[in-house]
Design a protein around this ligand. Structure first.
Ligand SMILES: [Zn+2]
Length: 163
């Protein structure tokens, strides 16, 4: 395990009415190889089939948090989980920010539970603006993008691991 790879992960999501994450955008960066994966996950049901109460929550998150549409995405949830597991197969360290995301990922990847590290003590609360390119997807301007978030965190992890 000591020779495994380190990864930075961020995801943007919706929340259902039980306050559980519904994954929308995932970014995984291999810290050493500097290779990144960034993909959008299709919703469990189309927007026009979800309850009104959930629509209101979804609209709020789209308009105020990440700017991604509920119906966007190219792979289904099961395939996304298989993809995530495949990418992180050899991981010995997986950095994710915040206990809520950490706990979600621990449930998603029970085999990797002990490899998941919370970025909260590593990344400063306020990150100065960095020149990071946009992801390929359509976020409404200035909304949170997992690709940008993960690349911001990467810099701090890189220093953290080397010093
Ligand atoms: Zn993005």
């Amino acid at each position: 395990m000591a020779n495994g790879s380190s990864y930075v992960v961020d995801f943007q999501a919706f929340k259902n009415l039980r306050n559980e994450f519904i994954l929308k955008e995932v970014t995984i960066i291999d810290i050493v190889k500097r290779v990144d994966n960034n993909f959008l996950i299709r919703p469990p049901q189309p927007y026009n089939q979800i309850p009104h109460k959930l629509k209101k929550r979804v609209d709020f998150i789209t308009n105020n948090i990440h700017g991604l549409e509920w119906d966007s995405g190219m792979i289904g949830f099961r395939n996304a989980v298989a993809l995530i597991k495949g990418i992180l197969k050899d991981a010995s360290k997986i950095y994710i920010k915040g206990s809520e995301r950490v706990n979600y990922f621990k449930k998603l990847l029970p085999d990797k539970e002990n490899c998941i590290i919370d970025l909260d003590p590593i990344v400063p609360k306020i990150i100065p603006p960095l020149p990071i390119s946009e992801c390929a997807f359509n976020h409404k301007i200035n909304h949170k993008c997992s690709y940008k978030q993960a690349h911001k965190y990467l810099i701090y992890v890189y220093f953290y691991e080397n010093f």
